[in-house]
Design a protein around this ligand. Structure first.
Ligand code: GAP
Length: 474
């Protein structure tokens, strides 16, 4: 459901020494090829973004870690990948056709549109910059409900009956497959169905980089439980999901749980809590939703049963009991999580320039090694004397196990800086000694410590370090 109005940190500020601003994150993402504005050569298109090489690797790692937590480390959850285009009745049954709206106002003077419940946080396009409606010449219309679903048509002829919608959440693709999954998976409550995929919302005011966009990826899991156990599982998933972010390196003091007020709850929910992260914004740090965890009761299965005529319930053969399971839903955003990991890992510090004794500022992403786009960079010190050949051999060994990159271009210091900026936890440098005794220098991104290790077994050693428990040094 649409995000509630964002809250500011209520006077809370990030811990001292925190340097990540959204401008710096956007600039690094562009400079190092993580994320670009979409359709840039045509002037961009309404808050959509394209992911470049390192952005794809990072977001893929975030999604893989989510899958690992959902199905790799548990036996009670199965995966699904449902279609983006679904029967239009799905959105009637789910309540989206009627209720997936945000209040919209137009300004008759400047022609801009704003979310009526966010006027105090938005800037009017006219100078001097003020909130919409504040200047004398502003002329705002009454608020009206604006449905956030993108419409399209199915088939070559645009006629009544061919209307369809791009899914605004992945969740409904799970509910409409409840019966299929129950039959093939031989699971019984409590069990979950997990899905990762694109969702689309025609947001009135997208923004703050990839925080709120019109096309984004969700990581959602619907956990079906006996009704009497719903509260217990709600608490379980709150704790489990918050801990996932911490295990992957987010600082606990940058996360908080916020229960929704009764008037904020979505139509399907009896209780929802957001995991919020202290995101940077143009107005300073703000607590904003990272993931929502909802107790959806039996709303979705009952509605789809009613609209489709199918029985969507569980029959417990042991007790002879027949019931509609209740659903606990942890719903995360892959882009928003990726942004949080970028922000939380961003750091700047003064270090000594390689071998000169002079100070220089370095920017470093202190990402969890599991999330880092590249785990190891293999760097020949010089581009001659057999070093490039040996470095390529090491790169080929390492890339069999983890994502590795070979880089021979430019001064070694500049190559280290480049790897720091994309968050590579380990650099392996090949020098003249390497040719004599088949050893490499391993440089640690965070401590800058260097150690000499044998080439034989180096790939296994890197893999061991990448998968070891890790705590952010920040
Ligand atoms: N099925 C429930 C559901 O979709 P939601 O709170 O609307 O709940 C879940 O969305 C998550 O999806 C959010 O916590 C956020 O991380 C992500 N998300 C929602 N709208 C988004 C948008 N416009 N841009 C980027 N991420 C978004």
């Amino acid at each position: 459901m649409p995000d509630p109005p964002q809250q500011t940190g209520g006077g809370e500020s990030p811990p001292a020494g925190d340097v990540a601003t959204m401008e710096k994150i956007v600039s690094l993402c562009k400079r190092r090829g993580f994320v670009f504005p979409s359709s840039e050569i045509y002037g961009g298109v309404g808050s959509t973004y394209d992911y470049g090489h390192y952005g794809v690797l990072l977001k893929t790692n975030v999604k893989n870690e989510w899958w690992r937590a959902m199905i790799g480390e548990r036996d009670d959850i199965v995966a699904i990948d449902s279609a983006i285009l679904q029967h239009p009745r799905v959105w009637e049954a789910s309540g989206h056709l009627e209720g997936f709206t945000d209040p919209l106002v137009d300004c008759r003077t400047c022609g801009q549109r704003f979310r009526a419940d966010q006027l105090q946080e938005l800037a009017c396009g006219r100078k001097p910059s003020r909130h919409p409606g504040e200047a004398e010449e502003c002329s705002l219309t009454e608020a009206r409900d604006f449905n956030l679903m993108f419409e399209t048509t199915i088939g070559p002829v645009q006629e009544s009956g061919s209307k369809a919608y791009l899914r605004p959440e992945t969740a409904q693709g799970i509910f409409i497959n409840f019966k299929n999954v129950l039959q093939f998976s031989r699971k019984h409550p409590p069990f979950g169905i997990a899905q990762v995929g694109k969702s689309f919302r025609n947001e009135i005011t997208p923004g703050n980089f990839v925080f709120r966009t019109r096309e984004f990826e969700q990581m959602e899991m619907e956990y079906f439980v006996p009704p009497a156990d719903a509260e217990m599982w709600f608490e379980h998933w709150l704790a489990e999901r918050e801990s996932w972010y911490v295990r992957l390196g987010i600082r606990p003091d940058h996360l908080r749980l916020r229960p929704h007020d009764p008037d904020e709850l979505s139509h399907y929910s009896s209780a929802t809590s957001d995991i919020e992260y202290l995101f940077p914004s143009p107005e300073g740090p703000r607590w904003s939703e990272l993931e929502g965890i909802a107790n959806r009761g039996d709303y979705d299965l009952s509605r789809h049963a009613q609209f489709s005529g199918e029985k969507l319930e569980y029959f417990d053969q042991a007790t002879g009991e027949r019931y509609v399971p209740h659903v606990i839903e942890p719903a995360a955003g892959a882009d928003r999580a990726t942004l949080a990991f970028l922000v939380d890992s961003y750091d700047e510090e003064l270090v000594e320039r390689e071998g000169t004794g002079e100070g220089e500022r370095r920017t470093v992403l202190r990402l969890h090694p599991r999330l880092a786009p590249v785990k190891a960079a293999v760097l020949p010190l010089v581009g001659k004397d057999g070093q490039p050949e040996l470095a390529r051999e090491v790169h080929h060994l390492v890339r069999e196990r983890v994502q590795s990159e070979y880089d021979s271009g430019g001064a070694i210091g500049r190559r280290y800086r480049r790897q720091d900026e994309i968050g590579t936890p380990f650099c392996l440098t090949i020098d003249h000694q390497s040719l004599e005794d088949r050893s490499v220098t391993l440089r640690d991104r965070d401590s800058l410590a260097q150690e000499r290790l044998p080439i034989d077994g180096i790939a296994e050693e890197i893999e061991r370090r990448v998968t070891a428990p890790w705590k952010t040094p920040k």
